[in-house]
Design a binder for this molecule. Structure first.
Ligand SMILES: Cc1ncc(COP(=O)(O)O)c(C=O)c1O
Length: 397
């Protein structure tokens, strides 16, 4: 029995696992127990921003671990401060709260908005969120998430959440009123098929938020940290959020989440009103600061832009070659979705055989989230394997 098979005996079967025994990662690649190499286009679902085993992250983690692993939030640690400073100095935010995950960062954001609303009126606790959005698995995160498949089995959730369709400005206007404390959305919907908010919708969000004194809450758990070509995806828009959440790529593979708040909201949550034992763990924060230092380098950003253009162009060439297989190509930067209809699973399995790990979302979309250390060599490898897979499908093999 392999350890993967043994896992079925001891671990709750909540995930659809891939039939692979991965033993090691290096840069853009993973290796299984038989030594087979896979080009990793999952990158831990946008977590391993700098690939596997990045030397600067490794060094920062080692150095921190030699000092101490954990102190508790009775102490502020140097790595937390370093990471917070890098986040604040490079965003709209005035201050940061550290959590452990995306959903926990969103819980903090929910509490911030609830408290903000309550200080205005006890009935100002409602949220407007988007259909096909995803905000995490805690009861608060689930309440903001529209998809019934994730939540209907759990009974009553947080009251007062209205969902409207992405880019339906009229529906948004109808849903937001003086009882709304926050409007939450992703700039590009990661789990929902890689569609994004359009400028007209954003304009309307700003108008209704202002009119009804509601907070603009941006969930950048997946889109943040250069994933879309800008450090934060809201920078593509004419928009300054009131609060934003990050997680996934922030710790370069270690668990850390963050809530960033604008200066005017710094004093909404008072000491003792929110907290976390592990939030801002010094080792995860040290990894986060190392990740941020790399992401902020101009030459690193240039590589991300060049690779994004190359990858997209390559996909468009395939789209012209296989119009019956490839539908829309959505997303931005290195967060792309390729609509392939009923061929998604066939392509995923073929790619795996050929040494390429491809993720699927919404059953019909190939979700491409490669590490941001991608180069031309891996893009060519990726496109070659995808081309071969599509050729087989086109030939009816
Ligand atoms: C946009 C968004 N928000 C929140 C979450 C939840 O993050 P976590 O799984 O770290 O709790 C995710 C996870 O996929 C996400 O994509």
């Amino acid at each position: 029995m392999t350890w993967r098979e043994e896992g079925q005996k001891y671990i709750l079967p909540l995930y659809g696992r891939l039939p692979l025994d991965i033993v090691r990662g290096e840069g853009m690649y993973l290796f299984d127990s038989e030594g087979k190499r896979y080009l990793d286009f999952y990158s831990g679902i946008a977590v391993n921003t700098l690939g596997h085993g990045h030397p600067e992250v490794l060094a920062a983690v080692e150095e921190q671990m030699k000092k101490y692993f954990h102190l508790s939030n009775y102490f502020v640690t140097e790595s937390q401060v370093e990471l917070a400073k890098l986040l604040v100095e490079n965003s709209f935010a005035g201050k940061v709260f550290f959590a452990n995950s995306g959903t926990e960062a969103n819980e903090a954001m929910i509490k911030l908005a609830r408290k903000y609303g309550r200080e205005i009126s006890p009935s100002k606790f409602r949220f407007v969120a988007l259909n096909r959005g995803f905000h995490g698995r805690t009861l608060g995160g689930l309440s903001l998430t529209a998809n019934p498949a994730y939540k209907e089995q759990f009974g009553d959730l947080m009251p007062g959440v209205t969902h409207v369709d992405l880019n339906d400005a009229e529906a948004l206007e109808r849903a937001v009123d003086d009882h709304t404390c926050g409007i939450i959305f992703e700039v590009i919907q990661g789990e929902g098929g890689l569609s994004g908010v359009n400028p007209e919708f954003v304009k309307r969000i700003k108008e209704v938020a202002k009119k009804h004194n509601a907070l603009i809450l941006v969930d950048e758990v997946q889109t943040g940290l250069l994933r879309t070509g800008k450090l934060f995806a809201y920078e593509h828009l004419d928009l300054v959020p009131d609060a934003m959440t990050l997680a996934k790529g922030l710790g370069g593979g270690l668990p850390i989440g963050a809530l960033l708040v604008s200066p005017r909201l710094e004093n909404v949550l008072k000491p003792g009103e929110h907290g976390s034992t592990f939030g801002g763990n010094p080792v995860a924060a040290a990894a986060g600061a190392a990740v941020m230092r790399v992401l902020l380098r101009p030459e690193f950003q240039e590589n991300v832009w060049e690779c994004s253009t190359l990858l997209r162009k390559g996909l468009e060439v395939l789209q012209m070659k296989y119009p019956e297989i490839i539908g829309e190509i959505r997303g931005r930067g290195l967060m792309l979705g390729v609509e392939v209809g009923s061929h998604a699973l066939t392509l995923r399995d073929f790619a795996q055989e050929e040494g390429l790990l491809l993720n699927i979302t919404g059953k019909t979309v190939l979700r491409l989230l490669p590490a941001l250390i991608l180069t031309k060599v891996e893009i060519e490898e990726f496109l070659r394997i995808l081309d071969n897979g599509m050729m087989k499908i086109a030939k009816g093999e």
